[in-house]
Write a protein of this length. Sequence first.
Length: 432
Amino acid sequence: GAFGAASLGLPLGTNPVGAVQTGDASQWTRTDANKITLTDETTAPVINDDSAVISDDYWIWDTWPLRHRDGSIVKINGWQIVFSLTASKDLVPGARHNEAMIRYFYSRNGHDWQEGGEAFENPLGHHQWAGSAMYDENEDQIYHFYTATSPEPEFRQRLALGKGATLETNSQSVELTGEQEHVIMAEADGDLYQTLEQSREQGIVYAFRDPWYFQHPETGEDLIVFEGNTPTGGDSPDDPESYNGNVGVMQATNEELTEWELLPPNLEAIEVNQQLERPHYVFNNGRWYLFVLSHEFTFAPGLSGPDALYGFVSDSLYGDYEPLNESGLVIANPEAAPFQAYSWLAMPQGDNILVESFENFRGLDDTSQGEISLDEVGSLPAEEQKELFGGTLAPSLKVQLEGTETRIVSELNDGHFLPSGGSDGGGNGSNR
Ligand code: FRU
């Protein structure tokens, strides 16, 4: 690698040659978060209810496309493939997390998605949470990075890899085939990344999940960012230090991508927010745009912010991340439908981004007007809970990127599209 210990004059062993140079984590500060305001540029339009249901049988939420090593979206014989967390529609929405299973869907036009099947035969974990999927066309195999999660109420999370699957396509369908092998890539170490045990006193939620694979755009090194927590010793939900979300980083130490080394987080939200979910990058003209999701309920005491896509920009992996639009806010749900969508994923499209997400809870609004709050949903009769939940892909949003500023340009009409730049066979390099 270009940043080996020798070239930096560091004592050998502290930063082995081939390892990326690490640095201090940037901070999402209370001052930044205090600037969160919903503007025309950062507020999504209210979703119309008639958008297409992708599956009759399954709730669909967190979704990620199959990408090439270089990050561009795979298109094979005209098909795009996405993987989603899914669970039976027999379940009430709140019960889905504990039964999440990754399934795949494929489409030629980004609108009509057909159901493929299960992504894995014998995955690790009681259930599986979000991840990312990379197709290596030379090896003709998929590397599927995911979260192996243990059952409720524990929700222990480990970062896992399933590899070996490939795709068979014809004019009618796409099929995942091939023997898969599953390995654990990483577990929380208690030092850089808080363990479940360390988080118990905090009394809120805990994260070590959502591995998102990418190649270092300059050196080609294999890296993953994920959602973690920094051990801070926070000991109650009232303690600001209990809000300790970070973006974790790890680097592959073998070519098979089965062995990884945990590196320090590169972004922290200590005393700001407990969850920096599904971190992912968009690279644009030497800029590293780092996106995360977060919830209203995970902001630290004294701060408030919407369920939204938040973003930061830097010139390198461990550079100085600046919050986009000063506060970090990129796409907020509108005040009239504050929980309408979640789990946004930004993908490069030309010089801008296209952002997909799923439809979450609609109709939860102003409790002062007699409407119910998110907390009350779980106590409604099952059918009413299901009525309120989308559980399908939301219309994608186009967002313009301009340095440290962003602007929502449009909602795609009746579409859940991914960027269309993908090419058959080799990667097209997207917009690096
Ligand atoms: C975001 C998320 C992910 C996790 C999944 C669990 O929507 O919290 O971090 O993988 O949902 O359902």
